[in-house]
Each structure stands twice: as structure tokens, then as C-alpha cells.
Design a protein around this ligand. Sequence first.
Ligand SMILES: [Fe+2]
Ligand SMILES: [Fe+2]
Length: 262
Amino acid sequence: MRVLFLGDVFGQPGRRVLSAHLPQLRAQADFVIVNMENSAGGFGLHREAADAALKAGANCLTLGNHAWHHKDIFTMMQDEGTYPIVRPLNYSDPSTPGVGWRTFNVRTAAGLEKLTVVNLLGRVFMEAVGNPFLAMDDLLERDDLGTVFVDFHAEATSEKQAMGWHLAGRVAAVIGTHTHVPTADTRILKGGTAYQTDAGFTGPHDSVIGSGRDGPIQRFLTERPHRFGVAEASRAELNGVFVQIEGGRATGIERYRYIEEG
Ligand SMILES: [Fe+2]
Ligand SMILES: [Fe+2]
């Protein structure tokens, strides 16, 4: 099984490059996971963005710390047949809407294969949520998950690396999201777990992690709040990884990066 994972789609530039570029990548993968947590103007996921991602070839949409920002998420989560959304697993409230993992039947050259996609939130330099390490241990008690692919949405490289090693040999992939900058530590951990600290994002290239440059620069210059907006006019980049999986374990991982000209 070959899985394409794309990092955080950010605002209109991210949606545009996803719609323009994913269709030509689609044939190179059996299954496509896209993190959409910033697709609605930088915050959350709305119906228009979800529909565009699915039309472009996405099979599963993951989220992150901005999961709840747009109200459309609540109605989309009630329509699981149309919207294959996975929100972070490790919320403490058992009545949290939606699901933190989802199992898909993926058609590959070998036939139908089971793939479970999990979304986790980190806790270092982020808002308080349940323990993602223990949440994974609980989930992996199950014996019906098939191949497991984890999107770990977290700020700290240390927390992400620790999760990679915690799950090494137990899942097929641990790929980080949230920092929006792709890391070069692409590797396969012992036991066949593909790992990269951050996939990088899918959004405006000439930006500060997606925002127009003036707001962040003024904030750092003046130490006062400044308005941040999506860097709408920018050319876009698209980042992710292709993961090759055999028998539930990764046999290959390649970084993928595309930058629009301009
Ligand atoms: Fe993000
Ligand atoms: Fe995030």
C-alpha cells in the first residue's frame, strides 16, 4: 500500500494548490490523507474546503488544534459517509463530537487492505488535552485496526520524536503536523515505522507559516498584538510524504515538496 500524506492546508492559497496539484499526484498513491486544520481562512475546516479536497482526491481529512474553529465541522461530522474526517483522538471528554480514528478499506494491487488513520494532539506549548501517548496505548489494544497511520499534530520536536519511538514497530507511520515547516529527518524507525517530525504545510510560500508577513514582523518588532491574515497573494507550496507499506510496516518513505513558480 502506498499512502500520500499532505500537511496542513492553509487558507485559499493552500486550497488552490491542493486542487491544482493533488489530482496529478493521486495516481501515485492508493490512499491520500490531508491535514485540513487551517483550510478555512487559516482556522478550521469548512464544507467548501472539505468538498474541494475530496474532489481533488483526498480519502481522509485530519485536523488539529483548530479542529473546532468553523461551525461546519459539527454538521460534517454527522455525515460520515460524505466526510471522512478524523479529529484529534486525545480529548478528555468522552462525548467529544466526531471520531479520533477511522478504519478504511483501501483498494491496492494486492486487494482490499485495512488502514486506520489516527489524529493526535501534542501537549507541549499547546492547550491542555488528554495524554496522547496513553491514548495510543489504549487504541493499540485493539486487534482490528490493520495498518495504522498517525498524524501527530504537535509543536515540540521532542514530543514528536518521543511519540515516534513510543510507537516504533507498532504502527506503520508517525508523521508530524502543525509547525508548517518540513523537517529533513525522514526515516524508518526500528520495526518499520515511517517517521518525519513535520510534513510541512500546504499554503502560501512567501509567508510566516501561512500568515502575511507584516503582522508577525510587527508583533516581534513591537511586542504588541497585530492582526494576522492569510498571505492570500502569495504563490503556494505543497508538502508531504509518500509512505510505502507492506504487511502493516513501512518499507519506504519519501519527502515530497512542490513550490509554485512566481
Ligand atoms: Fe496547522
Ligand atoms: Fe495546528
